[in-house]
Design a protein around this ligand. Sequence first.
Ligand SMILES: [Ca+2]
Length: 410
Amino acid sequence: MRFSLALAASVIALGLPALATATAFAQVETKPPEVPTEKPAFAGQTRAPTVKTKAAYELTTLATGLNHPWGMAVSPRGSILVTERAGRLRVIGPDGKLGDPVSGVPEVVASAGGGPGSSQAGLFDVVFSPDFAADRTIFFSYFAKSPADGLLRLTVARAKLSPDNKAHSDLKVIFAAEPGYDKQLNIGGRLAFARDKTLFISVGDRFQLMDKAQSLDNDLGKIVRINADGSIPKDNPFVGKAGARPEIWSYGVRNTEGLTLNPADGRIWEVEHGPRGGDEINRPDAAKNYGWPVITYGEDYNGKPIKDGITAKAGLEQPLYYWDPVIAPSGLVAYSGKMFPEWKGNLLVGSLKQMHVARVVLDGTKVVGEERLFPEIGARIRDVVEGPDGALYLSTDEEAGKVIKVTLKK
Ligand SMILES: [Ca+2]
C-alpha cells in the first residue's frame, strides 16, 4: 500500500490519469498493517493485486442449525460428511437431507469460544479413505482427554461407516500428538491425504508451548505424515534420526487449520493462523523449518514483538504469502474442478475473521492476485471443500452454523 499510495501521489503531481494507476496497483487489502515497519522478503509476498471473478455463481444453503460445523468431506456420489465441533458427525444425503448424528463417535473435549485467548476445542476434520468405495473407512480428528494422564491431545482415529451412514464401527486411534497438555488453544486438526495415500495432519503449537514448534522431540507446531493404519512411512525425513519423532514431515508452524492436496503439483499446501499480523500460506517440504516462533510477520496480541521481532533468518523458510492484518484462515482447497474454469489452480481459503473466502491466484508458488469471495454470507467461514462436480461447499462457524453450496448460476 505504501508504494501504491506514493506512486499514485506522484502520478497526480505529474497530472497523469490517477484513476488508471490506482486500478493497476489496487491491492485487495486496504487496511494498514499491524506492524508497518516489517517489509516482505520478496515482491508479492503480501497484499497481492485485486482480481475480480467473472464467474456467475449462486449460493444454496443445504443445512442450518449445526453447532460450529468444522470439517466436511464430499463423497463421489454427493453425500457430505460434516462434523459439529461439539462432537457430532452428520451426513447430508445427495437429496440434501440432514441425517441424525452418526453413532459411535468417541467422546471429545469440546468448548465454546473464538478469538485470541479463548478455547477452540472439539471434533475437527473428517476425510474419506482414498479407498472408501472398498473399505468404507473415514478418518477424523478431535481433541481428547487421555485416560492415562488426564491430559488433552489432538487425536486422529479411523472407523468404518455403516452402509446406511448411521453408525461407526471398528474405531481405531491412529495418532495422538505428544505431549499432552491441559490448555485448549492452537490445536490444529486438519487432515489431508496425499496421492501416495499417506495422511498429513496439522498439529498446532498449543500457544503457551510455542517453543516446542522448533524442537523435533515432540509433535506440536508440526506437519505430521503417517500411513492410514497409523504406522510411520519409511521415507519420512526424520526416520532413524536420534531425538526426532519419525512422524514429523516439517516443523515451525503455529496453528494450521487449512491443509490440502493441490492437484496441480501433487503437493500438500497449508494455511496457518499466525500472530496478530502474520497469517501464512506455505507448501511444506520434507524436513524444512517454517520459522515459528523464531521468525514471523506480525506481533503478539499484547502488541509486543514475538521473540526478537525478526521476519527472516538463514535456514528458516519464508512463507509464500502472508496476510497483515490477518484473515484467520481455516479451510483450504486448491481448486481443480470443471464448474468454475476461471478458478482452476487457485487456492480458496476460508476466513474466520474477515468473513469471506480468499481466492488466491498462483503462478507456480507465487501469489499474483487475490479476491474476497462471498462476503454476502456474512459469517465466519470455517471450511472450504470441493465436490466431485466442481461445486464448492462452505461451512460457517456459528452456534447455528450452515453448510452452503456454491454452484454456477443457471
Ligand atoms: Ca512461518
